[in-house]
Write a protein that binds this ligand. Structure first.
Ligand SMILES: Cc1cc2nc3c(=O)[nH]c(=O)nc-3n(C[C@H](O)[C@H](O)[C@H](O)COP(=O)(O)OP(=O)(O)OC[C@H]3O[C@@H](n4cnc5c(N)ncnc54)[C@H](O)[C@@H]3O)c2cc1C
Length: 358
């Protein structure tokens, strides 16, 4: 070990200071209607990598009523341990009860890293826990890594309007916490042979002592678009000029059986609903094919679609940043190219000869 490394380690409270008792990577396992949220499985995949680097256990934190059987899945997706709090009082999510469980578990078992899905529940729980434990929380992280020497979690996310990527450290408090949006990280292939240890804890929480009661859960029926699950997305931006121009996006999507996406500018122009917005303040998507039509490729848009398997960009500006992210680029006028694509795909899908599109 060099002298410099020794000095760095000596100075680090996580290595030989008061934070050295905190060890292990934890993931909050969100359960909706008896099913583990996909983002929790994705975080187990990412958590596994961090835990391996730090040479510690990966644990899932499972709270609910009749959820014990889900621990098997938590192990199959990478965890070594599963902290379980099972009681009818936990049947429905409440900040009050779930926060108490997580805070008590953290105080007792002292994890060094704790990851949550950036879902409405995950965000609510993580912020309540961070406040109670007086630790830091990085929201909407897009990249996670860890410095094995200092044991610091490096949580990166777009900052200052998306113009830079900021890497945020939590040097003096534990656990180091982050929320991550669905579809940003990758779940491991489940291994049915994997097993782990359940650590069950009981909590003395009485209904009469609680301030909140869940009377009914009303689903938002307006949101019918499942952007996150789409295999093909045809997304349009400001380059389509107006609502009539944006019709081309709908027509190409219809031809391909695809879902329609949009940039924020197209949404703000009122051409399509916000539920179709892709990006930092919209949804994160990873389809097999993503068409970006008349979209410049601002960082706030890119963070929501750059992990798509194949990106095809159509833009009349050869220097548009979207071409940096695209696997295939067509430089030209969308009003000429898209109708020809519609025609070509229409023919191809009906078994006829495909025409060349420039
Ligand atoms: C805090 C914050 C959060 C944000 N969140 C999001 C988000 O979630 N999602 C998002 O998308 N944006 C978001 N933005 C906005 C983002 O910065 C951009 O302003 C936006 O993505 C631009 O949309 P656009 O690409 O449709 O429009 P523009 O940037 O105006 O690009 C239009 C493109 O169309 C091309 N074009 C013009 N005419 C044609 C034609 N005839 N044929 C082909 N191409 C043509 C142009 O060359 C240009 O590249 C956010 C911004 C901030 C500050």
């Amino acid at each position: 070990m060099t002298e410099q490394t020794q000095r760095r380690r000596r100075k680090n409270p996580a290595v030989d200071g008061p934070l050295a008792v905190y060890r292990g990577v934890w993931v909050y396992i969100e359960v909706n209607e008896g099913v583990i949220a996909p983002v929790s499985l994705e975080l187990l995949g990412e958590g596994r990598k961090l835990a391996d680097k730090l040479e510690v256990d990966l644990a899932g934190v499972l709270i609910g009523d009749h959820v014990r059987h889900l621990a098997k899945q938590v192990f199959e997706y990478g965890a070594d341990l599963c902290y379980l709090a099972e009681d009818p009082i936990f049947e429905k999510y409440r900040s009050e009860t779930y926060m108490k469980v997580v805070v008590d578990l953290c105080e007792k078992y002292k994890p060094e890293i704790f990851l949550y899905g950036a879902t409405p529940t995950g965000k609510d729980l993580a912020s309540a826990v961070a406040t109670d434990l007086k630790t830091g929380l990085t929201a909407d992280t897009t990249i996670l890594d860890v410095d094995v020497e200092t044991r610091l979690l490096e949580a990166s996310r777009p900052a200052f309007g998306g113009n830079i990527m900021a890497t945020i450290l939590c040097k003096n408090h534990r656990p180091q916490m982050a929320t991550v949006r669905p579809k940003v990280m990758q779940a491991m292939e489940p291994d049915p042979e994997r097993d782990g240890k359940i650590i069950e804890e009981t909590f003395d929480i009485r209904e009469d002592d609680l301030k909140t009661r869940v009377l009914e859960i009303v689903k938002n029926v307006k949101r019918t678009v499942k952007m996150e699950e789409a295999d093909i997305i045809v997304a349009g931006g400001k380059g389509l000029k107006d609502e009539k121009g944006f019709e081309l996006v709908h027509r190409l999507a219809e031809t391909l059986g695809a879902t329609v996406g949009a940039s924020r500018d197209a949404v703000e122009a009122g051409w399509i609903g916000h539920e179709h917005q892709v990006g930092q303040t919209g949804v994160t998507v990873t389809p097999k094919i993503y068409f970006a039509i008349g979209i410049s490729g601002a960082i706030q848009h890119l963070v929501g679609m750059q992990n798509s398997r194949m990106i095809i960009a159509i833009n009349n500006d050869p220097d548009a940043p979207i071409f940096q992210a695209a696997h295939y680029g067509i430089v030209g006028d969308a009003f000429e190219i898209v109708p020809r694509l519609i025609e070509a795909f229409d023919r191809a899908l009906h078994g006829e000869e495909v025409v060349e599109v420039g």
